[in-house]
Design a protein around this ligand. Sequence first.
Ligand code: ZN
Length: 217
Amino acid sequence: MAHRRDWLLASGSILLILTVVAVLLRLNGAYRAPTYQAGVYQDSRRIQQVLAEDRLVPPPPLPPSAFTDVIAERPSLAGADRDWNKLEPSFSQVVLHVMQRMSARGYQTMLLEGCRSPARQDRLAAQAVTVTKAKGGQSRHQYGFAADIAFVRGGKVVISERDSWAMAGYQALGQEAQAAGLTWGGNWSFKDYGHIEQPGSLKVLEQMIQQEGRHCV
Ligand SMILES: [Zn+2]
């Protein structure tokens, strides 16, 4: 008799364990009805649409005629990279926000230079003190975390510290960039009025870029 009771207890326990496992699996989402999956898919698509609508889109590139005057004055600008896709995505969104604010203040702005290869950085540093003092590896331009902003007036790119309209624009750029949490080159001892960049440790930014596998070439 004792034998039979043991057997009943054992099989009863196994049944109880199996029931608990089945309930847990179901709660854990191991089983889901197809209709629920469809709902999740629709929701995520809606979220993606909302996110896409909120993302700021870079303005279309300016025609070459807009650059003739500035390149005649500063030939090194001919090799500048103006590809928005090479900037760090979250940084490019902040820059576009600053440009939107500038537009509300009556200044059309443009990306004069974004990503910069170490070789170009070295060339610029060797060329003249008026362009940059940072050597290859030292500038945030190389990591897609810096942008040089210029103004557009009458379809022409304007970079000038002698032009009072542009100087007032640089001050406005400094205010908007700093309000957005960026560092403005106009505050440096070596004035770089059109330059805005992501603050923070260069080492950390460098690590982020290495993880993303992105580099300026
Ligand atoms: Zn710069």
